[in-house]
Design a protein around this ligand. Sequence first.
Ligand code: 13P
Length: 249
Amino acid sequence: MRKKIIAGNWKMNKTPEEAQKLVEELKALVNTDKVDVVFCPPFVCLPGVIEAVKGTHIAVGAQNIHFEESGAYTGEVSAEMLKNLGVKYVILGHSERREYFHETDEIVNKKVLKALEHDLIPIICVGESLKQREQGITIDLVRLQTKIALKDVPADKAKELVIAYEPIWAIGTGKTATAEQAEEVCKAIREVVAEIYDQTVADAIRIQYGGSVNAGNAKELFEMPNIDGGLVGGASLKIDFSKIVNYND
Ligand code: 13P
């Protein structure tokens, strides 16, 4: 039985001071071991958030890394730095990074390999645009994104990581994919994982849905057989996040 994982992607929101306040408000409400809960604040908030969740079940994730080990990459942050800080997860290949920062599938793959080298758990984002959905290529595209992201990732590492299916048209739009649409793609992702590795890896890997998840739709989405939780944007910045985490209560 896969444990659900519900992560909040704060994106470029909250100062360290505001982050502190949000964590103080949320932490007692989301401190559960029934699901894995992850806060992914901006880099500058990570030290404070890591400190604030000490002694709880809440884990902390970053939103990006560079794929090189270290060196002359002004403005970048390495996997080793984050690991040293106490970060556990890292979101990789988010559609906003693909779109605004030109991250290709090959770059995402390099980041996945670097994260794993430093024992960070990647949350790999895949998903189609509205145009691609209308063209009928959603499954082909997501299969390709998954295959390239997982290139050279050994089976024992693949088992541990997380894939987030985030249809771009559902991100920040209030237009959630239906539970059936999300399930169809998450199932296809699990099938491609089984093709790359085997059924054991496919059964172990966790696949989230992301895109306008809120307190009202979380339960229906998370109850689908191939959806193992959510990657939540806007609603993770509010007290509502606790209702998403406790969707089953
Ligand atoms: P929203 O929940 O705001 O649609 O964002 C989803 C997302 O991009 C999470 O990574």
